[in-house]
Design a protein around this ligand. Structure first.
Ligand code: ZN
Length: 435
């Protein structure tokens, strides 16, 4: 056990040494003697995250993108009823993949939510395709992973022009199908919903219909909505490359640094960072790129916490054109992007740690111990800060606040590390200003 703990601390330090953000590691209380008395009862997690992430197949993702771009177009006003072509063919393909990706014994339920979309003077019946994996704990809520499957060409009104939409957004659908395939073999604590949205390119009519008729009407407890939209490439229009990062957008009211979506983004960036995922998650201080939108905004504008993952550098000339094809994408990057989202969803869905924190007269912050924890990762943030500014790890469920307060920090979030090394779901921020 001692060896394991020191090994985790060493990996933690190694991981942090690689960071560009100037995190400071302060291990003042990291004495082996402070290990909880029940340390030897910890049971390793069934699947350490590394094994889980290795299940992502770039080959599967390439195949999904190829099959979707071969539909010709997935324009909202394209063919609705023919297998292998148009948006209807794409809906059939996604339905079939949701079903065939999971074993017969999987509790997954695949369904379609029909809705009417209107574009360019035409009304059409569209479908959001949904794969639901019921959770083991109703109080853990629902995590929605979404990606739009419609596409559009340079002439938005042209329902017949070639609109392969490989990056925008067959890449997101490919990630969605891979996550569903990998996660549907087990029951998770939270309910998982994988949703392929139609009609995003025409004012996100699909996700708005989903929020209205499924989420709000069903009084669904949405813990997180995670939108995958354009995750397939690491090369920009001028040949500039960024294969190491992925952006995370979250909306907040004008001039505000906080919202439920922004806090979700913070927790996600922390989960990814703590578990050493293959891309650095770079938080953005806005809902989306200037003048652009995505399906996550249909959720956050209704008060549900929602974020968007998108590649670090875009190739805007290829988007919404006949040039948006697989040969311009980087399968290694999209595999890494899917791994980032897989780690996020797995930890958010299975994490149970939401400690009660109390402060004693000696300015020691103490929290309820997590029986599965071998140590705790503490993340501190300055007032109004977009991200956490400092992290350190302790082996007992308490920290002294005086140094943090003197440095100007006003809130912390706590996450627990289990014996397999996985760092679980971080707590919401706990503010201690004025203590
Ligand atoms: Zn898109």
């Amino acid at each position: 056990m001692r060896t394991n703990v020191w090994f985790h601390i060493a990996s933690f330090l190694t991981a942090f040494a690689l960071l560009t953000i100037p995190f400071v590691s302060t291990l003042a209380q990291d004495e082996v003697a402070l290990l909880p008395a029940n340390a030897n009862t910890f049971v390793p997690a069934a699947a350490p995250l590394g094994d889980l992430l290795s299940l992502v197949s770039e080959g599967n993702m390439r195949q999904h993108i190829t099959n979707l771009q071969n539909m010709g177009t997935r324009h909202v006003n394209s063919s609705l009823n023919t297998a292998g072509e148009g948006i209807g063919g794409a809906a059939m393909y996604i339905t079939q993949q949701f079903e065939s990706g999971c074993a017969d014994t999987s509790p997954v339920q695949v369904s379609a939510q029909p809705f009417y979309a209107e574009f360019n003077g035409r009304m059409s019946e569209q479908q959001n395709i949904i794969a639901t994996l019921p959770g083991s704990d109703a109080s853990a809520g629902t995590i929605i992973v979404g990606a739009h499957y419609d596409s559009i060409s340079t002439d938005f009104n042209d329902a017949y022009a070639f609109a392969p939409g490989a990056n925008d957004n067959a890449s997101g659908v490919a990630g969605l199908l891979e996550l569903s395939r990998i996660l549907c073999g087990q029951t998770h604590r939270a309910t998982l919903m994988f949703v392929a949205f139609a009609a995003e390119e025409v004012n996100k009519q699909g996700s708005r219909a989903f929020v209205r008729d499924v989420v709000t009407a069903g009084n669904m407890q949405v813990k997180a909505m995670i939108n995958l939209d354009i995750i397939g490439g690491s090369m920009g229009a001028n040949g500039d490359m960024n294969p190491n990062q992925i952006r995370l957008f979250s909306d907040a009211p004008e001039g505000m640094s906080d919202s439920s979506s922004r806090q979700l983004a913070r927790l996600i960036s922390q989960i990814c960072h703590n578990n050493n995922v293959p891309l650095e998650v770079v938080m953005q201080d806005r809902g989306d790129r200037p003048g652009r939108y995505g399906d996550h905004l249909s959720f956050s504008e209704r008060g549900y916490p929602a974020v968007r993952f998108i590649e670090a550098v875009e190739h805007p000339n290829n988007q919404h054109s006949a040039m948006d094809t697989l040969n311009y994408l980087q399968p290694g990057y999209m595999g890494s992007a899917a791994q980032v989202v897989l780690a996020t969803v797995f930890v958010l869905a299975n994490g149970t740690f939401s400690p009660q924190m109390t402060v004693g007269s000696d300015a020691m912050l103490t929290w309820q111990p997590d029986p599965d924890a071998v140590s705790y990762v503490v993340s501190a943030r300055m007032p109004g800060g977009l991200t956490y500014d400092q992290q350190f790890e302790v082996t007992t469920p308490q920290i002294a606040l005086d140094t943090l307060i003197a440095t100007g920090y006003t809130s912390v979030s706590i996450a627990s590390r289990d014996a397999s090394g996985v760092v679980g779901q971080p707590s919401m921020d706990w503010a201690f200003s004025g203590v």
